[in-house]
Design a protein around this ligand. Structure first.
Ligand SMILES: [Zn+2]
Length: 282
């Protein structure tokens, strides 16, 4: 991906210096692969209850670091990359979606508050529809890498996916899904999967635009696909619990995630991202 490190976007809220003594960037976080998988699983709406148990069992392994430890050069570059992708995805959506309203992105360390409750590093990146902000602790990239989805475009894919959730908020898909979920709680996981796959597809729509502008190349796309595969539910479950339980999927399989990313990428058209079938929405 072609980009030049620069300043931080006006849409970024940098709360890294506020972090109250916690998990620092770059340091070993003491989280094994299982921890990472859990992090990935819950970087969304439904899997949250998972995390409490995980944290309870592992809090002793978390490395403490002063809240105001100065950011390393690596972390600075990482923040600049996030900033670049945030601006680029939002520019793209502004040109696609009439009336697009910018999301904001909060960089934090360890823990912070959000419109959706407290945000913790271990939750992984997420989008909060209530305050229209993406939350991310940059330490997550270390986990992602450890998990086999390293590289700058893997990170870009995660940001673009979160902005995809913001698009869902803006066009009303998220609200519709909440309604459906309220009427029919047993369809919750299915709806989650559709929502997540659509966010993957929207990430692909952005990548399509980047390809056209020649800032995203074939090897980036490969990295994006790898990242999508790495965070598929079947892969995560196999790694964490040794077996696959499709009824508990909340994000979709590796294959589905790659397919929908690719669909957005090939078409560049958000109308190609109807992951809900005939059921509803979009
Ligand atoms: Zn998501």
């Amino acid at each position: 991906m072609d980009w030049t490190p620069g300043g931080l976007s006006g849409d970024i809220e940098d709360r890294r210096s506020e972090g109250g003594g916690g998990i620092g960037f770059g340091g070993g976080r003491g989280l094994g692969i299982g921890g990472l998988l859990v992090l990935l699983v819950i970087s969304l709406i439904t899997g949250r209850n998972f995390i409490g148990a995980y944290l309870l069992g592992n809090s002793g392994a978390v490395q403490q670091q002063g809240p105001s430890a100065p950011p390393s050069a690596d972390e600075q570059r990482s923040a600049q990359l996030v900033s670049f992708v945030l601006d680029d995805t939002q520019k793209t959506w502004t040109s696609i979606l009439p009336g697009y309203r910018h999301a904001r992105l909060v960089l934090f360390r360890n823990a912070t508050y959000s419109g959706c409750g407290s945000a913790r590093a271990a939750t992984g990146p997420f989008y909060c529809p209530q305050d229209e902000k993406v939350y991310i602790d940059l330490g997550f990239w270390n986990d992602l890498k450890r998990f086999g989805a390293g590289g700058e475009f893997a990170q870009a894919y995660v940001i673009a996916h979160e902005i995809g959730h913001h698009v869902q908020k803006l066009v009303g898909t998220e609200a519709k899904v909440e309604q459906l979920r309220a009427y029919n709680p047993s369809a919750g996981n299915k709806l989650s999967v559709a929502l997540e796959l659509q966010a993957d597809c929207y990430a692909g729509v952005w990548a399509h635009s980047g390809e056209k502008r020649n800032i995203i190349h074939a090897d980036d796309v490969q990295q994006g696909l790898q990242a999508a595969a790495a965070v598929g539910d079947d892969h995560l479950q196999k790694m964490t619990q040794g077996y696959v339980a499709p009824e508990s999927f909340t994000h979709g399989t590796s294959q589905q995630r790659m397919d929908w990313f690719e669909r957005g990428l090939q078409s560049g058209d958000m109308r190609a991202c109807n992951t809900f079938g005939n059921a509803s929405s979009n």
